[in-house]
Design a protein around this ligand. Structure first.
Ligand code: SF4
Length: 487
């Protein structure tokens, strides 16, 4: 079997992933991992510059061409070769950065993550296996990853942006395992008959497996894996103990919130409303309320000064101001390709006066964004921190389960709460929006603006405004609903 390093890593997670991918790919479902953007490409390009002059093996769908090109380049005594492509006995790998110094080699695997995960060790060790078996004298294997403590000031400082972790000893220690694993995978893949494999933690670590629905098809519809918020380890324990149906779980000592989800879904219960507790939340709000929601994006490589890798960078907000029965809307959407933070912060302090009652849904996010702005703009800091200190959270009644509807399915995210409270209101249905329907789409849309022509840009900017507007309009409607049910 032809085995790439990514296939090998999947095989380490579970050999059946490879088998299903080959023989039953139609059972594959989309998972969160598919959406992981390759921040990696940009990171890779920066990492290549860590070593000075370098050569890149051009990508070719014909791997033999890349392998031949690599061989040719490696005839040089000293070279930094990126995307070096090598194959031993059908085991193929592409080395992010291969440093050749006379007859010795160093492997550098680049990751856009801020830590070294176990699966990276398998990845890099597999590369060591291929190169060693080709007879190359590899004396160092390292993982290059993003340093989350780095803060950009001026030009990117590559040696501060990246951490380089030497994992040579681990790579050496894994060689016997890799050899056996490759044999095992080859044998497994040659078998056309499907072998039963029970689900376990490896279905979720290091990545959520796209075949979980298929491999768990023996479970009843209402089972422990539908419970929102329960750690996967606990779910697996109940599963292995044979107590995985909702009925079984009701006899177990489980948290009240799981019991509530189960009972509501099993018995089709009517909404639960704790009026007194909801009133306490409402009484804490003023007559004039500023409903605020930010949209942000994140980059592995900080695009501007005073930003850490993956820091949330706000580029947009929507603000609905409810003054008794009067509703006013304000909004901000930055121009693209500029640092949006200063103009956003200025507009925000203009739109929200000192000592206002500002309400967000899951306010820890909005507070984090405001605090970061206050830290970098001392002249606005006092006003921003006043907004921060006066912020209230509309999520509380749902998080505390003082208002629970079966359709929330155990979640208190606004994306569940809203349709559960307003199932028949098309004006509150995110599906009815154009182009942008959720947070990650908003980030991607904003980042793509600079590549669009004027007309397309206007269209997408309009979609972004409508999306963010719905986020705060939804809060206003939820607030109204809380008042209605407590009257
Ligand atoms: S769901 Fe689990 S058992 Fe099935 S292929 Fe994926 S990891 Fe393997």
């Amino acid at each position: 079997m032809y085995l790439s390093k990514s296939k090998y890593c999947l095989g380490v997670q579970c050999e059946k992933i490879l088998w299903l991918d080959k023989y039953k790919s139609e059972e594959k479902e989309e998972t969160k991992n598919d959406a992981v953007l390759d921040n990696g490409t940009e990171v890779g390009i920066y990492a290549q510059q860590l070593f000075g002059d370098y050569t890149v093996v051009d990508f070719n769908t014909n791997l033999s061409k890349m392998i031949d090109d690599t061989k040719e380049y490696l005839k040089q005594d000293n070279i930094i070769l990126c995307e070096a492509s090598l194959s031993y006995n059908n085991n193929f790998c592409s080395v992010d950065i291969l440093k050749k110094d006379n007859d010795s080699y160093e492997i550098y695997e680049v990751k856009s993550s801020t830590e070294v995960k176990d699966i990276y060790l398998d990845d890099a060790s597999y590369q060591y296996y291929v190169l060693k078996n080709l007879g190359l004298n590899v004396n160092k294997v390292s993982i290059i990853h993003i340093n989350s403590n780095y803060v950009r000031h001026g030009e990117i400082e590559l040696n501060k942006l990246f951490n380089i972790v030497d994992i040579t000893d681990i790579a050496i220690s894994k060689q016997e395992y890799i050899k056996n694993k490759i044999d095992e995978l080859n044998e497994y893949m040659n078998n056309k008959e499907e072998v039963d494999k029970d689900i376990d933690l490896y279905c979720f670590y290091p990545y959520e497996c796209p075949f979980f629905k298929y491999c768990s098809r023996h479970l009843p519809n209402n089972n422990v894996f539908n419970l929102r918020g329960m750690p996967i380890k606990s779910k697996m324990k109940y599963y292995h103990d044979g107590k995985y149906s909702y009925k079984d779980l009701l006899n177990e000592k489980i948290n009240e919130k799981y019991k509530q989800q189960i009972e509501f879904e099993m018995n089709d219960l009517k909404p639960y409303i704790n009026k007194d507790n909801i009133r306490k939340v409402l009484n804490d709000l003023s007559d004039k309320i500023y409903f605020l929601d930010f949209e942000t994006y994140q980059m592995a490589i900080p695009p501007y000064d005073n930003i850490r890798p993956y820091e949330q960078i706000p580029f947009q907000y929507s603000l609905h101001i409810l003054n008794n029965n009067n509703l006013e809307h304000k909004e901000f959407l930055s121009e693209d390709s500029i640092d949006p933070r200063r103009s956003l912060a200025e507009r925000l302090v203009n739109d929200i006066p000192i000592n206002s009652c500002t309400v967000a849904y899951n306010m820890s996010f909005e507070k984090m964004v405001i605090k970061a702005l206050a830290n970098i703009y001392p002249d606005l800091s006092e006003h921003l921190m006043n907004i921060y200190n006066n912020m209230k959270d509309l999520m509380i009644p749902f998080k505390d389960r003082d208002y629970y509807v079966k359709e929330m399915e155990g979640s208190y995210s606004i994306k569940y709460v809203l349709p559960a409270l307003f199932p028949n209101d098309p004006s509150l249905d995110y599906h009815n929006l154009n182009l942008v329907h959720k947070g990650d789409e908003a980030s991607n849309a904003f980042l793509s603006l600079s590549k669009l022509d004027k007309k397309e840009k206007e269209k997408l900017r309009y979609a972004l405004l409508k999306y963010c507007e719905l986020d705060t309009y939804a809060m206003v409607k939820i607030y109204d609903k809380l008042k209605e049910v407590t009257n």
